[in-house]
Structure formats: C-alpha cells, structure tokens
Design a protein around this ligand. Structure first.
Ligand code: HEM
Length: 416
C-alpha cells in the first residue's frame, strides 16, 4: 500500500464529526472515507457546507430527479458575471448547468456530433494521433505519461473538432484548467480572478474565429453551433456559442486526460490484470469500463435542492448543495462485489457512474471510450515491461473535490 493510500485510510478512521471531503488526505485516496460514509452516514453533512451522497442507489435516484436536484449550481453562479469586470462577456448557462426543458435545446445541436456512429468514423484519425504521440517518446524508454500523452491527446482531438489550430494547445490547456479550478471546491479569490481572466482570453480568441465560420461554415463543431436553433427558434447568440465551446474544452479535456492517467496507474499496480489484457486483447472494452469504475476522473458533482426533500431518511432543506459522489457509488459493495479489486473481467461494469446517468449523462462518452481504448490497445502492443520510474514516490493529485487529477505519472518501458 502506498503512503498516500495509508494516509487516506488514517483520514477515514477519524470520527465523523472530524471528517470532510476537502481534507487533502481524503483527496489523495478517498476510497476508505467513501466506504465509511456509505456504512455510517450515507447522506453526510460535510462541514465544508454541502451534503455528500455516497451510495449508488441514492446517487442514481437523485440524478434521475432533475426537478428536485437542479444542475443550476454546478458552477458557482457569482462567477458568471466576473469576466465582465475584465472586459469580457457574461457567461451563460450551457447544457451542464441547465435543467429540462432548456437543457434539451442546448444539448440537441451537439448530440449528433459525438454520437457512437460519428465517433466510429473518427477511429483511424484518433489512432493516428495516438501513434504520433507514442512515436514522440517511445525511443526514450520513459516519459511523463501525463504531460507527454494524456494531456495532449484529448486536447488535439477537441481542437480538431472545434476546427482551431493545435498549435494553440497551451492556451486551451490554461482555459480548461480555469474551469477545473472553479469546480475544485478550493478556489481562492485570486484563483477566481485568474479564472475570469482566462475566460476573457478564451472569449476574445473565439470571437475572432466565429465571424469567419459564420460566413464560410466548415465541417466542425463551431459551424454546427452557429447553425443551431434555440428554444425560441432563434440562432444561438455569440455568448451561447462561447459558453458551449468553453464547456466542450473543459468537459472533454481534464476528464479524458485523467481517465487515462488513472487507468495507467491501475494497470501498473495490478500486473496480473495487465498480463490478462496482453494475453487476451478482447478484454480491452471491459478494461476501459473497469478503469472508469475503479478510479474515475469525476469523483462528484454538485446539485441544488429545489425544495425541502429527503434522501435515505435525511432531511435536506431547500437550496442546500448536494454533492453526488460518483466515485463512491462506483465502489458500492451492494452493486459491485469486491469493489476494491481492479478486475478487467468484472461483470456489469457498464452500469458505473463515471459518466453520470440520466439527463446529463456524458455527451462525449463514446469519444472518451474510443480514446482510452485505442490508447491502451496501442500501448500494450508497442510497449513491454511498463513500470513506474520511482515506485516509492507518492502520486500527487490536484486540490480538487470534483475531479481526480493526477499531476504527473513518470513511467519507464521497453520498446516491443
Ligand atoms: C473519460 C472521460 C470523461 C468522463 C469521465 C466524463 C464524465 C462526465 C460526467 C460525470 C458528466 C455528467 C455531469 C453531470 O451529471 O452534471 C459529463 C457530462 C458531460 N460531458 Fe463528459 N466526461 C468525459 C469525457 C467527455 C468528452 C470527451 C466530452 C466532449 C467531447 C465530454 C462532454 C460532456 C458534456 C458536454 C457534458 C454535459 C452533458 C449534459 O449536461 O447534458 N465529456 N461528463
């Protein structure tokens, strides 16, 4: 057991009145704390100011009940206007912060762009990026898997889908990180100001791109957004398009990056599972689902109670923030036998909550699955003896209660 896991276990041994999700030891390894909460306080009032829901069935029910558990507070609303203080436009709701029926209009135009059939057509193109990135470090015998692979891959894919140059990757990365900070649960006043400035920079960048695409639409997401109609039959305004672009940049990057970093960590720490996958490559789909269940990048997201309500017998007053812990539901022993085991042959993994469920279920799930699948199928073909460069050093995670973000993963390998 790593020292990080050990610290997570110690944190979970604290009494409930000393427990909080914003404890860095819990963030480093949240699973023992989740187990305690599921058993002792499945709906827990965190001293940080929100309720934590940790059992699979309770999370699932809340996700399906959008009338009671609204998404309108997923991003703190006071942050919508902050960009205007720095010369930018006010941010507006996107699908992820909207409830039905408005949600349908905001999601509709983008649905088909990331459908399974469209993603299947993208396979050769994604495979090419996968190979190019691996080519860039395979002769070195080592790499920072995060910096050199899992960050650029989804970023290139989204940049191409938006129809903007990959050369601007560093900017996309900053804009995407700005959003991650806002949902981290740790954003200081300085962080919020920094995030607002990044959003303004992003707005200025895309406001230069939109007029050209309005005049000469091309086969990309921005052109599709320009042609989409809102609930009143009117085209999307620039602010709607900008907020949707920001959502895609952020929802599709940080998540896919971390899903692959965490999957690599799980494989290295479970060599028998890595061998099973090498021996039978047809297990790859099961591996993708199991890695998302076992250690997914979205640990939990906020909802707001629209009325006085109750979950598992605990009263929740109107306007309370409720944090649905997907990462805990995915380790719920009533749903998954031996949940702490990483098992690529596990049955029914696809029920996991890593992509959410219901109205807001991940729009990019097919694309993310394709990227993870091609990544590991290729890596297992091209690399042998994959290992950590420093097996005894601690993994470092960002301070973030919503997303599980591994900062680096130094790996070594032999070229196959
Ligand atoms: C492994 C990678 C990914 C994971 C784990 C993930 C996870 C999630 C989760 C948990 C939600 C539900 C949010 C909620 O219930 O409030 C979500 C929604 C969403 N995701 Fe993903 N995501 C991933 C990749 C992507 C990609 C690649 C894209 C875009 C290309 C994307 C775009 C979206 C969008 C637009 C939503 C909002 C859907 C809605 O509100 O209707 N995601 N994602």
């Amino acid at each position: 057991m790593s020292s990080l896991d050990e610290k997570g276990r110690i944190a979970a041994n604290k009494s409930l009145d000393q427990m909080t999700l914003v404890d860095m030891d819990v963030i480093g390894c949240p699973f023992p704390a989740y187990e305690k909460l599921r058993h002792e306080a499945p709906v827990f009032k965190d001293p940080a100011g929100f309720y934590v829901v940790s059992r699979y069935d309770d999370i699932y029910k809340a996700l399906k009940d959008t009338a009671t558990f609204s998404s309108d507070s997923l991003v703190p609303r006071e942050e919508y206007t902050r960009p205007t203080q720095y010369g930018g436009l006010e941010q507006v709701d996107t699908m992820i912060t909207s409830d039905p029926p408005k949600h349908r209009y905001l999601r509709g135009p983008l649905n088909k762009l990331f459908s399974l059939s469209r993603v299947n057509q993208m396979e050769a193109y994604v495979q090419q990026i996968v190979d190019e990135l691996i080519d860039s470090f395979i002769d070195d015998g080592h790499c920072d898997f995060v910096k050199q692979y899992t960050v650029p891959l989804p970023m290139y894919v989204i940049a191409d889908q938006l129809g903007v140059p990959r050369a601007d990757l560093a900017s996309f990365s900053r804009w995407s990180d700005a959003f991650a900070t806002l949902v981290s649960g740790f954003a200081s006043e300085d962080d919020k100001i920094y995030a607002a400035k990044q959003i303004v920079e992003m707005q200025e960048y895309f406001l230069k791109v939109i007029p050209g695409k309005r005049k000469n639409p091309t086969d990309d997401v921005i052109s599709d957004l320009i042609q989409a109609k809102m609930e009143d039959g009117q085209p999307m305004r620039d602010v709607d398009i900008l907020s949707s672009i920001h959502l895609l940049l952020t929802a599709g990057n940080e998540t896919t990056t971390n899903s692959m970093s965490l999957a690599m960590r799980a494989l290295i720490e479970n060599p028998a599972q890595m061998q099973a996958l090498r021996d039978d490559p047809s297990l790859i789909d099961g591996f993708v689902e199991e890695s998302l269940r076992f250690d997914g990048p979205v640990q939990g997201l906020m909802r707001r109670a629209t009325r006085d309500t109750e979950i598992a017998g605990v009263q929740i007053p109107k306007d309370s923030l409720v944090n649905l812990r997907f990462g805990s539901g995915n380790r719920d022993e009533t749903k998954y036998p031996t949940p702490e085991e990483f098992d690529v042959c596990r049955k029914h993994q696809v029920t996991h909550l890593a992509f959410g469920q219901g109205t807001h279920v991940c729009l990019g799930a097919s694309l993310a699955r394709k990227e993870i699948n091609l990544t590991f199928a290729t890596i297992l073909r091209r690399m042998r003896n994959i290992r950590l460069v420093n097996p005894n050093s601690e993994h470092v995670y960002e301070r973030n209660i919503a997303l599980r973000c591994l900062k680096h993963l130094q790996i070594a390998f032999d070229k196959a």
